[in-house]
Design a protein around this ligand. Structure first.
Ligand SMILES: Nc1nc2c(c(=O)[nH]1)N[C@H]1C(S)=C(S)[C@@H](COP(=O)(O)O)O[C@H]1N2
Ligand SMILES: [Mo]
Length: 361
């Protein structure tokens, strides 16, 4: 079966070329770890077909440039496994598009997944290479050519050196114990827990230690956050906020918007995510935000980079109900109430309270 056919079978297709497909909401809450076949796919160009021993080259501000295949990484460094949520900066973009048009695919709640990643710590590989003075960023280049506003260039992104030196940032070859599928970056990808998915380069070809951020279009002219007042034409890319850490967010995955449910006790479930702090509370309303009930959280203390799944049972009388979810983090900070306040032309970081309408009968 082709990757596209598999994506059409398991996922909700948003674009076939490049391949962009999201996880159906029921699968987001079916398990703590999202199976690889059900994991959202977000690619900016065609999926490159790389050999299992396609090497990644390491160069830039280091003493000993060299390249590694998967087998060479496995032989030279201790393997490390990290459970982490990967989320696209455009997840829930459709909810901002309800306010006004944006660029990008209309992702609903499924441009997110949680997986157990296996690889080696990027910092171990950098330490062996000898990091030089002046190293401020780690840039990555993928084997794919991508188009950003008519400019075609290899996929390139970067992260600050402080993040790159965290032990849980991986050069990974496996997802949930199996080798990466081609669409998820085989044979090697970066995994940057807590950061927007775009910083986790797939199909790694080169890792370059740099004194400045990557100048690839993906890093320099995309994935930046602007205020509502700025249009794409007037955007000064150097002024935009580079999206790295992902903000507090929560989604309702069951029931789905527009669903018909039985009146009476109704199970409502979804996920919440935070960066740096825990999700401390999830509130659910079945009357548009007038009254709130606290959801039960499934917290895995061994997986601090993972999402929190939540569930509540609420009584629904016959008729229309507006269901709302909002999360609170460990500092008592809450998601913004309305998407109008956070709309931006590229539709990034869509974190307003998630509202859906269901009919009970
Ligand atoms: N080389 C390369 N890496 C990439 C991308 C890409 O298009 N090319 N897409 C990025 C984006 S925007 C996201 S959200 C994640 C998605 O990873 P997944 O397709 O494995 O879910 O990969 C990131 N890494
Ligand atoms: Mo993304």
């Amino acid at each position: 079966m082709t990757t596209l056919a598999r994506a059409e079978q398991n996922l909700i297709l948003r674009c076939s070329d490049p391949l962009n497909a999201e996880t159906p909401p029921d699968k987001l809450i079916a398990s703590f770890l999202t199976p690889q076949a059900d994991f959202y796919i977000r690619s900016h160009g065609p999926t490159p077909e790389l050999a299992d021993d396609h090497p990644v080259t390491l160069d830039g501000f280091i003493d000993h440039p060299r390249s590694y295949t998967v087998a060479e990484l496995q032989a030279a460094f201790q393997s490390r496994t990290v459970v982490a949520t990967m989320q696209c900066a455009g997840n829930r973009r459709a909810h901002l598009q309800g306010v006004g048009k944006t660029s990008g695919d209309p992702w609903d709640v499924g441009a997110i997944g949680n997986a157990e990643w296996t690889g080696v710590a990027l910092r171990d590989v950098l330490a062996a290479a000898g990091i030089q003075d002046g190293a401020l960023y780690v840039g990555t280049i993928g084997a794919d050519d991508v188009d950003v506003d008519g400019e075609t260039a290899p996929f390139g992104a970067s992260i600050p050196i402080a993040k790159a030196l965290e032990p849980d940032v991986l050069i990974a070859w496996a997802m949930n114990g199996k080798p990466l599928a081609p669409e998820h970056g085989a044979p090697l990808r970066l995994v940057v827990p807590g950061y927007a998915g775009v910083r986790s380069a797939k199909w790694l070809t080169r890792i370059e230690v740099r004194d400045c951020p990557s100048d690839a279009p993906i890093q320099a002219k995309d994935y930046k956050l602007f205020p509502s007042s700025v249009t794409k034409d007037e955007a000064d890319w150097d002024q935009g906020l580079t999206i790295e850490e992902m903000p507090l967010n929560a989604s309702i995955c069951s029931p789905v918007d527009g669903a018909h449910v039985d009146a009476g006790a109704c199970g409502i479930a979804g996920y919440a995510v935070a960066f740096g702090r825990a999700v401390s509370r999830v509130d659910v309303s079945v009357n548009g935000g007038t009254d709130w009930e606290q959801a039960e959280l499934t917290v895995n203390p061994d997986a601090p980079w993972s999402w929190t799944q939540w569930r509540v049972t609420a009584g629904l009388s016959p008729g229309l109900h507006v269901l709302v979810v909002r999360a609170v983090d460990g500092a008592g900070q809450m998601q913004p109430e309305r998407p109008e306040a956070i709309w931006n032309f590229a539709g990034y970081l869509s974190t307003a309270w998630h509202r859906i309408t269901v009919t009970a009968r």
